[in-house]
Design a protein around this ligand. Structure first.
Ligand code: TGC
Ligand code: FAD
Length: 392
């Protein structure tokens, strides 16, 4: 891949709405991505291998549990800081952001929010430092958009719970030390369990052959009569609302992350359009290319403000599930469209690994599907504005 010359677009001076601390955190993450991610990410994707050498650095820049209080090892930052870190990581690669958002919002968040003090002290500091890596098991082979139909289940066997079932499409599962697993008890109520690698009957086969998120490891979680100690049950919340609450936090991070991928595509295409000559002129001088670039920066700017505002609401604990859905859906769709247009500006070069655009485009096909598909988020908005439920 060519040297990383990324310059961040800020057409409406959004930086002026950020605090000095926000800018420092954003710039630290940006420099780290330039130094540690950009030089290795293309090869990792081509080889379909998660670059595990980034784990220590992710922990060091505070990407594991940015908003988890410092007493549990987190960085104790606000929601805009969390968003800016996700933006910068996804500017590097969606798979790197995935690893950080799963660890933060889908593993540390449920332990912090729904766990007891013993669980928080036992797991959170090690997750923050990257000593432990976690994953989140909600989706099943027959239950993706409709997780409430899950069949993974556990029985109370006196000294322990007996867990059976399977989860599919689980980010980080092949190398995770622990899994937050959502399963039904004998009354059919959904609960969260912390399942640890090494427990008998627990396996994590890797899913191969992906054309998307190739630098992220994806796999299954298989439970064949796994004996889970009772102290590993998350006691403080149950029902589908428990995993959906974690998704609110992860979807918020993805909304910021998608802006990062879009900015990288736009910045690459803009630079290329000034350097590449055809018909004796830079291609950026042709009106058709200017239309593409002008529309891109307009959409990026709109998404930046929507998402910043969502961050302010989140800091005030006022961001609703439907607002988060709208922002995740809008931003990922925006980023995908920008990736496709940017790739065209690069002509044939756009399909090569010399530039990051094709990799972002392929990654975004997963991002538009996971954490709720484009359709599901539209229906969440539809339900919110009409009061009529399309899912029932
Ligand atoms: P519904 O009847 O609407 O709700 C069931 C219960 O949950 C409550 N609830 C929420 N609670 C907290 N936060 C939220 N965001 C909530 N949304 C709903 C609700 O009040 C109700 O509570 P109660 O007490 O009455 O039981 O549920 P439904 O079965 O109709 O489904 C609704 C639907 C389709 C919107 C939802 O299930 C959904 O969002 N589906 C999409 C599934 C999804 O997003 N899966 C993501 C899997 S994880 C993942 O993809 C990680 S990728 C990570 C990476 O690599 O970055
Ligand atoms: P389905 O639910 O079968 O949907 C198929 C199509 O039908 C979609 O277009 C959908 O929009 C549409 N559809 C479904 N229901 C409706 C409806 N009511 N109205 C209109 N259209 C509808 N899950 C986890 O639990 N943990 C993870 O870490 C995780 N990581 C992932 C990583 C990757 C790379 C991928 C691809 C997925 C990951 N997922 C994870 C799973 C992801 O959340 C699901 O793929 C997603 O929720 C969609 O479920 P599905 O694939 O079963 O599609």
């Amino acid at each position: 891949m060519k040297p990383d010359l990324f310059t961040s677009p800020d057409y409406f001076h959004l930086d002026e709405l950020l605090t000095e601390e926000h800018r420092l955190i954003r710039d630290t993450s940006r420099e780290w991505v330039k130094k540690e991610v950009s030089p290795i990410i293309e090869e990792a994707c081509q080889k379909a291998k998660f670059p595990d050498q980034v784990l220590t650095g992710l922990a060091e820049i505070g990407a594991f549990g940015p908003y988890i209080p410092a007493e549990y090892g987190g960085a104790g930052l606000d929601q805009i800081s969390y968003g800016l870190i996700m933006q910068e990581l996804e500017r590097g690669d969606s798979g790197i952001r995935s690893t950080a958002s799963v660890q933060s919002s889908l593993v540390m968040y449920p332990i912090y929010k729904y766990g007891n003090e013993e669980q928080r002290k036992r797991f959170l500091p090690k997750l923050a430092s990257g000593e432990l890596i976690g994953c989140f098991g909600l989706t099943e082979p027959d239950h993706g958009s409709n997780p409430g139909g899950m069949t993974t289940n556990f029985k109370d066997c006196g000294d322990y719970f007996l867990l059976n079932g399977a989860k599919l499409w689980i980010s980080n599962s092949p190398f995770s030390d622990i899994a937050i697993v959502w399963a039904k008890n004998e009354e059919g109520r959904i609960k969260g369990l912390i399942v640890e690698r090494g427990m008998d009957g627990f396996t994590t086969p890797e899913t191969h052959g992906k054309w998307s998120l190739r630098a992220s490891a994806t796999g299954e979680l298989v439970f064949d009569n796994v004996k889970v100690p009772k102290q590993n049950l998350l006691p403080n919340k149950d029902g589908l609302g428990a995993p959906l609450g974690c998704l609110d936090s992860a979807r918020y991070g993805i909304a910021w992350g998608a802006i990062g991928a879009a900015m990288d595509c736009y910045d690459t295409a803009l630079r290329y359009s000034k350097e590449r000559h055809q018909f004796g002129k830079p291609i950026g001088s042709f009106q058709l290319q200017q239309k593409k670039l002008a529309e891109m920066i307009t959409e990026i700017t709109k998404a930046q403000f929507l998402t910043w505002r969502l961050g302010v609401l989140k800091n005030e604990d006022r961001a609703s599930t439907a607002q988060i859905s709208m922002c995740k859906r809008n931003n990922v769709d925006m980023a995908l469209k920008i990736a496709r247009e940017s790739r065209q500006i690069l002509g044939g070069m756009g399909i090569t690994g010399d530039y990051p655009i094709m990799r972002h485009m392929m990654n975004l096909e997963s991002v538009v599907t996971y954490e709720g598909t484009h359709d599901i988020h539209l229906l969440i908005t539809g339900l919110d504005i009409t009061g009529l439920n399309a899912f029932k």
